[in-house]
Design a protein around this ligand. Structure first.
Ligand code: PEP
Length: 260
């Protein structure tokens, strides 16, 4: 297993009101081992970010927004900016989630601008890449991911790329219950690193976190953690209940996790 920090990130998508966010953390504080010896990042809806800041308290948990716009302020009705989420204590921002790309039609160019804006404001972008089922079946998965990475990182200097985190999320596995095999996930996370080595350097490629996402559950996390290029998981559905998110972390960390 590599020396890189293991990271477990919860993407709640458009779920949880402020009251439901409070209920989650009221239960989560019963597990003081969470976030010790590994990284935990929670991505709630933007409406819950201010509450999360207060609820996390002394727990070693970081939080971030699920999206941001690339401009700092102005006539962009409905959008939120880097300075706004920074002010709420966010360390991270999800960029290029497949639901943003597919449903909201975000382009590679939009995503590149967002990656740059995140860095400008001291936020760590967690950049998501991944192929559709058709692309996988057609043997185009690797090409798609290589292209997405190159497009999102064009003009991003090494100093910023080194502070970027990556999530390989095959679209056909997100929210479907059909998780990628650990071998396929390893191959694609390894490919992300190979591409980063080409774009920057081997040292940079081996230093950044690369997560797998797509129907991760307590029952399947352990096999991913055995893979040399997978540093943890970006988790949607199974992160909504504190008990199942905790089980994922426990099953991933094994004896290195202490609940107390
Ligand atoms: C996600 O939303 O990024 C995700 C991986 O969702 P799920 O775990 O539900 O597949």
């Amino acid at each position: 297993m590599s020396m890189r920090e293991k990271i477990f990130a919860a993407n709640w998508k458009m779920n949880k009101t402020v009251a439901e966010t409070e209920a989650f953390f009221q239960e989560f504080v019963n597990y003081p081992g969470v976030g010790r010896g590994h990284g935990v990042i929670v991505f709630p809806p933007a409406t819950s970010l201010a509450a999360v800041r207060g609820l996390v308290g002394a727990m070693p948990i970081r939080w971030g927004a699920q999206n941001m716009y690339s401009k700092d302020s102005g006539a962009f009705t409905g959008e939120i900016s880097g300075p706004m989420i920074r002010e709420l204590g966010c360390s991270h921002v999800l960029i290029g989630h497949s639901e943003r790309r597919e449903i909201f039609r975000e382009t590679d160019e939009d995503i590149r601008e967002k990656v740059k804006a995140a860095h400008k404001h001291g936020l760590i972008p967690m950049l998501c890449v991944g192929e559709t089922l058709g692309e996988r079946k057609g043997g185009q998965a690797a090409d798609k991911v290589v292209r997405q990475l190159a497009a999102a990182l064009q003009g991003v200097p090494a100093s910023e790329a080194a502070r970027t985190q990556f999530a390989y999320e095959p679209i056909w596995a997100i929210g479907t219950g059909l998780n990628a095999s650990s071998a396929d996930a390893q191959e694609m996370c390894g490919l992300v690193r190979k591409q980063l080595a080409q774009l920057y350097s081997g040292e940079l490629a081996s230093g950044v976190p690369v997560l797998y996402g797509g129907s991760v559950k307590p029952e399947n996390i352990a096999e991913y953690m055995l893979q040399p290029d997978i540093d943890g998981a970006l988790i949607g559905g199974a992160s909504l209940q504190p008990s199942s998110f905790l089980s994922i972390i426990k099953n991933a960390m094994g004896s290195r996790f202490s609940a107390s």
